[in-house]
Each structure stands twice: as structure tokens, then as C-alpha cells.
Ligand binder design. Structure first.
Ligand SMILES: [Zn+2]
Length: 256
């Protein structure tokens, strides 16, 4: 298997070193996410339930799609039936509007029972690997206390051995939020679009006490503090391992 190479470049800071240092004191310096081979950024989004991807990384995806016109996205929701399946489809389409190419798959695995259908779900993962080769994978965090979320995180790592994987977070009753170590600052416009999209799309979830604009705003605000986001808002991710290339993709070393 070929190692997925991922190019990142440091921000082009104008001005002198002194000016740059002053700027850094207020805003954290960032690395930009470039495209993969051929300039196309291929992103795989995995979510157990109909709203997980939008909650965990909706703002990041909205920002990335507006910055990467050549982005290709493969989006999978593993458990959604009836009205929730329709919401899953609508949510994906709302986020993915503007992506060069996107595929949305909505599956009907039984909610809450993923660990007991592990064989079936693992076989599905193995098949997915032959259909899509991503530069970046956004999936659930392995420290998540929801059993469905946790299994998908585990199978993501089992299946995609040489890929860049970032694990997103989902606030919930279980109180399992951790300390993310990767942040994507969001503009105020993207922050508002994400919240609007969640509230407009997932009407079946609105009666749940936690599903509110305040919840989503609060978590993005906390993550914004942790990365000194210029807008004050961000999404956080867990990165278990990252391989960085010191130069452009064409000059990078092949994997083992
Ligand atoms: Zn979920």
C-alpha cells in the first residue's frame, strides 16, 4: 500500500520577524491544508448517526469546501432510517454544496447495536477501502463513550493504515469530552451557517434538550479559546498520529 502523502505549508506572514512575533502573540500560527496528489483534496467523512458529521466537523467542511474548489468528499452515515435518513441526506447536501464531487451513502445499521454487528460493519469498511482512497479522514473519537461512535473510530484505524485521520467530538449526556489537540478556526459566517444548518435540517432532534444552538456555540467558543481563533470560534479534533512532509508532495519520500 502506498503511503498517503499530505502537503502542508506554513502561513505566509507578511512583515518583519518582530511584526510576525507580535501577530503570533495574538493569533496562533497555522499550517494550511493543501490538496493531495494532483491538487485534489479527497476527504472521507464517517458518522454513526444522521447529525454526527455536521456536529463534529460541519464548520471545518464548510470552510474547506470554500477554500478548496477541487475537493472530493465521500460521506457515510451508518445508521439512519425513515425521517432520519432523509435528514442525513439533506444535511450532507447542505454541507457539500460547492464540492467538486461528492458521494453520500446512508446506511441502515441498527442504532446502538454497532458492536454487535461488528463483522458486517468491518466487511463494509474493507469494501469502502477499495472504492475511495482519501487524503484526509474525519471520523469519531476513540474516547467517545457512545458504543457506535467508538466502533467506527476503531474500524477507521483498522482499515486505513497509512492515512491522515482526525477524530471529531460530539457533545452529549455522557459527558465524555476530551482535550482535542488539533483545531480549525472558523469564521463567524461559517459558525452561524453550521448552527443554522443543524437547526434547520435535523427537526427530529430539536426536542432533545441538548440539541440547541447554545450547545454548538459553546463548544466552538471553548475550542476557539484553545487555539486563539481570530473569530473566537473553532472546531477541535484529536490527532493520534501525523506524518509531516518538509517539502512539496512531489519531493516527499515514498512510504515503506
Ligand atoms: Zn451519533
Amino acid at each position: 500500500m502506498q503511503l498517503r502523502k499530505f502537503s502542508m505549508r506554513a502561513g505566509d506572514e507578511p512583515g518583519s520577524a518582530g511584526e510576525r512575533n507580535q501577530a503570533e502573540a495574538e493569533v496562533m500560527r497555522v499550517l494550511h491544508l493543501g490538496g493531495g496528489e494532483g491538487g485534489t483534496l479527497r476527504v472521507l467523512c464517517l458518522g454513526a448517526h444522521s447529525d454526527d458529521i455536521e456536529i463534529g466537523c460541519g464548520g471545518t467542511l464548510l470552510s474547506m469546501i470554500s477554500e478548496n474548489p477541487a475537493m472530493e468528499v465521500h460521506w457515510v452515515v451508518f445508521s439512519a432510517e425513515g425521517a432520519r435518513a432523509e435528514e442525513a441526506q439533506n444535511g450532507a447536501e447542505a454541507v457539500l454544496k460547492g464540492a467538486a464531487r461528492s458521494v453520500v451513502e446512508v446506511l441502515d445499521h441498527r442504532d446502538g447495536f454497532f458492536p454487535f454487528r461488528g463483522t458486517e460493519i468491518k466487511e463494509w469498511f474493507e469494501a469502502l477501502k477499495t472504492r475511495f482512497d482519501p487524503d484526509l479522514i474525519l471520523t469519531h473519537w476513540d474516547g467517545d463513550r457512545h458504543q457506535d461512535h467508538r466502533l467506527l473510530s476503531e474500524l477507521t484505524w483498522n482499515t486505513f493504515r497509512n492515512h491522515l485521520i482526525l477524530e471529531y467530538e460530539v457533545p452529549k449526556y455522557d459527558g465524555d469530552l476530551g482535550n482535542p489537540n488539533v483545531f480549525v478556526p472558523l469564521s463567524e459566517e461559517v459558525r452561524d451557517r453550521k448552527i443554522q444548518l443543524l437547526m434547520d435540517t435535523f427537526s427530529t432532534q430539536r426536542e432533545k434538550s441538548w440539541f440547541s444552538p447554545e450547545t454548538f456555540l459553546a463548544l466552538m467558543r471553548l475550542r476557539g479559546i484553545e487555539c486563539a481563533s481570530p473569530s473566537g470560534f473553532a472546531e477541535g479534533f484529536h490527532a493520534r498520529k501525523l506524518t509531516l512532509s518538509p517539502g512539496p508532495v512531489s519531493r516527499g519520500a515514498e512510504g515503506p
